[in-house]
Design a protein around this ligand. Structure first.
Ligand SMILES: [Zn+2]
Ligand SMILES: [Zn+2]
Ligand SMILES: [Zn+2]
Length: 111
């Protein structure tokens, strides 16, 4: 018998992040699950403004898709600031992680 993984599709843990102290924790881990998909394929706020975006972030709480902090609009951060939703997953195929805005750390999925 094992206990542990909350949620359906694997669990999440804090990723090592060079340059930051070890042993940091994210109290949101039990809430992190992949939202029901598929996600949108663009940042709706940028589309309205006619802005380009770099990468997309997918809110694990509500499924909102917004652009990353390297984008002009930083709409994923704006969504976090407005909603309080803590964690967003990267939608870039090169980036296999989530980001907790409140704790400022990377999360990786454990299969
Ligand atoms: Zn957190
Ligand atoms: Zn945007
Ligand atoms: Zn959200």
């Amino acid at each position: 018998m094992t206990t542990g993984a909350v949620g359906g599709e694997g669990s999440w843990r804090v990723a090592p992040d060079p340059g930051r102290p070890d042993g940091r924790v994210c109290g949101h881990l039990p809430e992190v699950t992949r939202p029901a998909g598929p996600p949108g394929d663009g940042c709706e706020e940028c589309e309205v403004l006619g802005w380009a975006w770099a990468r997309l972030r997918w809110c694990t709480t509500c499924g909102h898709v917004g652009c990353c902090d390297s984008s002009r609009g930083r709409h994923a951060y704006a969504h976090h600031a407005a909603s309080g939703h803590p964690v967003a997953l990267s939608l870039d195929p090169e980036e296999k992680w989530g980001w907790c805005y409140e704790d400022e750390l990377f999360l990786i999925e454990v299969p």
